[in-house]
Design a protein around this ligand. Structure first.
Ligand code: PPS
Length: 571
């Protein structure tokens, strides 16, 4: 029977007095500004969540972890915890040097003595750690497209914890949790790792897991970084707080874990186990497809559904925590209760109900009913607040086309029509208006056009995030920039690209501002369509042609498109 030794585990912090001194001295050191992921890693390094690591991995430890899931001294550790930096920063760093590690506001959190500096083989890291060098995997994508090219390794001296302003009372270091368990007399604790809102099935399975292992329950959600596209942690924590009341009194507690997940399936499960062991837990629930990253670029699963459970089982003794396999719980209508799917003997005689994640998202998106047998009304209410139906969400209409194609005229007509309908604030970011107010210092080089469009994209994404309608009408000649803007906005709401497909000949014939004439005479340089390229949109949501068509009709086509996408209620 597993009982946890709840004595404190080593942290990497220096004493308060030394920290004050070190902070002043560290002000003179070369500084590295930590990325959001590195801040999460540093927090768990310093507070003992990643015990026995003493800092960011050295090259020898990194190689060994990548190849064998072990540090070079043979200790089990499945995940490379590395400090990636740019080549430029690395050029100025000598091995043996101390550097200061700062958060994004510039506060010094720790110093590190650089013992190693190397250029990792990222393809090998992707294949060995994540199973494939496939950028459909979020961590592989991060490795190649976000992480710096050079890794630095070395021991950390902790000065202070990263500051959190949200849910402070719900965050605990491993030693704080150990102390809480000691105080409560909880000798056996089963931890539940999650990055999703909890519904009734989760509440049933977690409570069952605790009962079966005669343990108390720790709901231990990740609030650091999870899979892109997940429900944000603010919403999730409000949901968890609502579910916490549903457990029998004093059986269950919750603590938030500032972990940056990698979605590495089996290796991640082992890592999660080690982290929970450090937090004083004795048991750990491992589900089907634990920390799964979704489909690969061939549309297949990266890992088998039970690979994580198999690997965990293999290393369970070394991890020092017992696995509780997740039971697939389903709702049996006749008995009005959740039961483990594999324990239902009379399957042919009863009605089994289930709502998949995709179906839940659809119901939320369309404002449809979510039954009480599936989730708690408080949880559904929280989710509805964050994800109102599409007809109440913000969105962006992004017109693109040649100068003089009619973008601004249609955009103006559309704005007026949407304002007439009411309901959401409408903002027009017309090319000329933006160039006057937001981008007045910019010209028409590729670099400046990119910057101009990215600024428009940023403002539109903020409007969209806050539930408004942004109408943009720049030329936006480059497909890559339009794609980047789309990706930024689609995190928050729909992006509707409208190609105003008036031909160059027609725009030049109209020449409403006399600019084409000047461009032909070489008096205006880099003029789109004449002396600068325009990438025709390949898959716009809508293409309108102003030749032989009234502006009003063009705007009406956009309104119909918005209606068919569920963005505005039917008229
Ligand atoms: S971009 O490429 O998206 O940043 O351009 P945008 O901000 O929409 O600005 C286009 C308006 O600027 C005027 N103008 C030029 N357009 C294209 N190329 C060059 N070299 C140029 N110089 C000035 C022109 O009036 C565009 O206005 P619209 O409303 O598109 O006709």
């Amino acid at each position: 029977m597993t009982f946890q030794n709840l004595a404190p585990i080593p942290e990497l912090f220096v004493s308060f007095e030394s920290a004050q001194k070190l902070k002043v001295e560290a002000g003179n050191l070369t500084s590295h500004d930590l990325t959001p992921r590195q801040i999460c890693d540093l927090e768990l390094l310093m507070n003992g969540g990643f015990h026995p690591l003493k800092g960011f991995l050295s090259e020898a430890d990194y190689d060994s972890v990548v190849e064998k899931m072990r540090l070079s001294d043979g200790t089990l550790w499945p995940m490379p915890i590395t400090l990636d930096v740019t080549e430029k920063f690395a050029e100025g760093i000598e091995v043996g040097q101390d550097i200061a590690l700062r958060d994004q506001e510039g506060v010094i959190l720790a110093t590190m003595t650089v013992t190693d500096k190397w250029v990792p083989n990222k393809v090998r890291e992707a294949e060995k750690v994540f199973g494939a060098d496939d950028s459909a995997h979020p961590a592989v994508n991060y490795l190649h497209n976000t992480a710096g090219k050079v890794y630095l390794g070395g021991p950390i001296t902790g000065i202070q914890q990263p500051v959190h302003y949200d849910f402070r009372a719900r965050r605990d270091t491993p030693n704080e949790l150990r102390a809480r368990f000691r105080k409560l007399g909880w000798r056996k604790v089963v931890a539940f790792q999650t990055r999703n809102p909890l519904h009734r099935a989760h509440q049933e399975l977690t409570f069952r897991a605790a009962r079966e292992s005669q343990a108390n329950l720790l709901i231990h959600p990740v609030v650091g970084m999870t899979k892109p596209g997940d429900v944000d942690h603010f919403t999730r924590v409000r949901c968890y707080e609502a579910v916490l009341d549903k457990y029998p009194g004093s059986t269950t507690t919750m603590s938030l874990l500032n972990l940056a997940m990698r979605m590495a399936g089996p290796r991640e499960a082992v890592w999660h186990g080690l982290i929970r062991k450090n937090h004083g837990c004795t048991h750990f629930i491992v589900g089907r497809d634990h920390a799964g990253p979704g489909k690969n670029s061939q549309g297949e699963d990266f890992y088998g559904p039970y690979d994580a459970q198999d690997l965990f089982k293999e290393y369970q003794d070394e991890i020092g925590i017992e696995m509780v396999p997740f039971k697939h719980m389903v709702y049996v209508q006749e008995r009005a209760q959740y039961e483990p799917n594999d324990e239902i003997a009379d399957k042919d005689d009863v009605t089994i109900l289930n709502i998949s994640g995709t179906e839940l998202r659809r119901r939320l998106q369309e404002g449809l009913e979510i039954p009480e047998w599936f989730s708690f009304p408080e949880v559904v209410a929280e989710l509805r607040k964050t994800k109102p139906p599409r007809s109440q969400q913000g969105f962006t209409v992004f017109f693109t086309g040649f100068s003089g194609s009619g973008k601004s005229t249609i955009a103006n007509a559309l704005m007026v029509k949407l304002m007439e309908m009411g309901g959401r604030p409408v903002t027009l970011l017309d090319g000329d208006i933006v160039r006057k107010n937001l981008s007045s210092e910019l010209g028409f080089s590729k670099e400046h056009r990119d910057l101009n469009i990215r600024r428009i994209g940023y403002v539109a994404s903020e409007i969209t995030k806050n539930g408004g309608i942004a109408i943009c009408a720049p030329i936006a000649p480059y497909a890559a920039t339009r794609r980047a803007v789309r990706e930024e906005i689609e995190q928050y709401g729909a992006f509707v690209e409208v190609h105003v497909a008036t031909s160059l000949e027609e725009c030049e014939r109209r020449d409403r501002k006399g600019l084409y004439k000047l461009a032909r005479e070489g008096k205006i340089k880099e003029f789109t369509g004449i002396s600068d390229p325009y990438d025709v949109p390949q898959n716009p949501e809508l293409s309108v042609d102003t030749e032989g068509q009234e502006v009003d009709n063009c705007a009406h086509q956009v309104v119909l498109k918005l209606e068919s996408m569920g963005l505005i209620a039917g008229m």
